[in-house]
Design a protein around this ligand. Structure first.
Ligand code: SF4
Ligand code: SF3
Length: 550
């Protein structure tokens, strides 16, 4: 069985993974089933667009589409059974919408394509998933394939953020509607390359909207992130380590562990939970343990207690700790225990992982001290006077947005070197797990302003955009690109794709993107990005420093 996947920065040979197992550890079976799930969701979207027109959309359908897209993000779900169940549900939903439309005499009469009509028994999914039109290689023209990929991968990132917002009770119908429209458009052969470029740009617009929505959901629920010193050492109690991005899961686990003698630590992208006022009131919330996702094999081993994945990024585990890993939400891995979704109005039940934690030893200390973060837009706005004075007096010469993802490739040492080589009168603005490349370096501060300002998770890149807009206003500039801000973004998975498209929509030019340019950019599409937006790859640190400091 073969697969083709080129959605992340680790795509084999920077072309695509096409063997039995991808570089991430995803089997070809799961990769193909994920393609089939996306293919089926396009059919759901096709009919739900019609249902929307007569006011017949249901929130369950929005959830099905968001969760389905999310479950195909890199390192989120490696479980064939869990993906197959989503395909079952997608077919069932699609047929129910179709029947409802027929009943109302509202089903559009046209020739529907296979993605909207196919059906099969569970045991036939595997064969179906290998049929030509299902995967991305079904699109023969490489530029069309590239633009469709750019849209689809952006939608996957958008879906992840929309799902986190939805979990907190925040929805935006326009985003759901756009996701459906765009899914269907990726199957529309009548669209020209220009139409698809316009769709890519529109995807960026909804990228801004979804990050704004999630920002509103997070800050309204848990307060504005504030400057915080985060403990990176350990205490002597049994504990649970929480990874991923979902703050609702985090809150419910904190509530359910209070008074049980079990401590809570964050890992990787959950670190910013430490910055929210609402979580600080829990004494058993200790701090952050370890680094970015790719270090988990070493760090989960020494943590000793159970680990909860609320989203990506999962690395195929070592046998020594795999029995203490739990997934929830869109994530899954064969053999891991899965915590079921909350019932409408209810809470998730974390009792099993809590009882499990009680049986296990406390974490082994791997670091000590604190790191500082919490510089989302509200906190930075409070520091605005200080920052503006520092820029006017020349003590800050430039800001470098170094947001995005971290990963295991050796070439990512570039980002540590870059941060270390930056002149001492520069400040790094970061968000996402990219920060772990430099957030523990002794980079000091400029008159009390830390030289690394961490806004939070990758979705909090929105905060960095808000800060840039605010500075543009304060300095009375016409264009965001006139600010002394350079963009050196690291990407890995599809949430970084939506962040990038959002920045392009906001008009940000001359972004450096690394450690490699996406495999799914055809030479022509890459040229459009270079010509229209000045996007470029990274070079040697010294060369890039010279151009960016000029
Ligand atoms: Fe390869 Fe990335 Fe796809 Fe995994 S997600 S199969 S590493 S391209
Ligand atoms: Fe990191 Fe996966 Fe992308 Fe959320 S956790 S930034 S890689």
């Amino acid at each position: 069985m073969s697969m083709f996947c080129h959605q992340c920065q680790e795509a084999m040979k920077n072309i695509g993974c096409n063997m039995d197992v991808g570089v991430c550890g995803k089997t070809s079976e799961v990769a193909n089933l994920q393609d089939l799930l996306i293919y089926t969701l396009k059919g759901v979207a096709e009919f739900n667009q019609q249902a929307r027109m007569i006011g017949m959309n249901r929130p369950e359908t929005d959830r099905l589409i968001m969760d389905g897209l999310f479950s195909t993000i890199t390192n989120a779900n490696f479980d064939d059974e869990s993906i197959s169940k989503r395909i079952d549900a997608a077919i069932e939903t699609r047929e129910a919408i179709k029947s409802a439309l027929e009943e109302k005499d509202a089903l559009a009469e046209k020739e529907y394509q296979d993605y909207a009509t196919w059906t099969a028994e569970r045991h036939e999914y595997e064969a179906k998933s290998e049929e030509a039109p299902v995967g991305i290689l079904g699109t023969e023209n490489e530029d069309v394939r590239s633009l469709r990929s750019l849209v689809l991968f952006g939608l996957k990132g958008m879906a992840a953020y929309a799902e986190h917002a939805d979990n907190l009770g925040y929805q935006n119908e326009e985003i759901f509607d756009f996701v459906e429209k765009a899914l269907v458009a990726t199957e529309d052969d009548s669209l020209s390359a220009d139409d698809l470029v316009a769709l890519v740009m529109e995807t960026g617009k909804y990228g801004v909207d979804v990050m704004a929505l999630l920002d509103e959901a997070n800050t309204s629920s848990y307060g504005n992130p504030e400057m915080t010193e985060v403990e990176i050492g350990v205490r002597n109690n049994p504990a649970i380590l929480v990874s991923g991005h979902d703050l609702k899961d985090f809150e419910e686990l904190l509530e359910q562990t209070a008074g049980t003698g079990v401590d809570i630590y964050t890992h990787s992208e959950m670190l910013p939970a430490n910055y929210y006022p609402a979580f600080k009131k829990y004494d058993h919330f200790v701090g952050n343990y370890g680094n970015a996702w790719w270090q988990q094999k070493k760090e989960f081993e020494s943590f000793n207690g159970p680990v909860l994945f609320t989203t990506n990024c999962i690395v195929p585990p070592k046998a020594s700790y795999q029995d203490r890993i739990y997934t929830t939400g869109a994530t899954g891995y064969p053999g891991f225990k899965h915590i079921e979704p909350r019932e409408e109005g209810g809470k998730k039940d974390f009792s099993e992982i809590i009882e499990h934690a009680k049986q296990l030893p406390a974490p082994t200390q791997i670091e000590e001290g604190t790191i500082v973060g919490g510089f989302a837009h509200n906190q930075v706005t409070q520091l605005a006077d200080k920052i503006v004075d520092a820029v006017k007096s020349g003590s800050i010469s430039k800001f470098f947005v170094m947001a995005g993802c971290d990963g295991r490739m050796k070439s990512r040492e570039y980002y540590t070197d870059f941060a270390q080589t930056l002149p001492e009168d520069t400040v790094i603005l970061t968000a996402g797990c990219a920060k772990y490349r430099y957030n523990k370096l002794p980079l000091n501060d400029i008159g009390g302003i830390p030289r690394v300002l961490d806004a939070g998770q990758c979705n909090d890149s929105y905060s960095l955009a808000v800060v840039a807009m605010k500075l543009k206003e304060i300095f009375e500039l016409n264009d965001i690109n006139e600010l002394p801000i350079e963009y050196n973004i690291a990407w890995y998975e599809q949430k970084a794709v939506i962040v990038l498209l959002a920045l392009l929509h906001l008009g940000v030019k001359d972004i450096k993107l690394g450690p490699t340019l996406p495999a799914f950019l055809s030479p022509n599409v890459a040229n459009v990005l270079v010509e229209k937006f000045g996007i470029s790859g990274i070079n040697e640190v010294e060369t890039d420093m010279e151009t960016m400091m000029a």
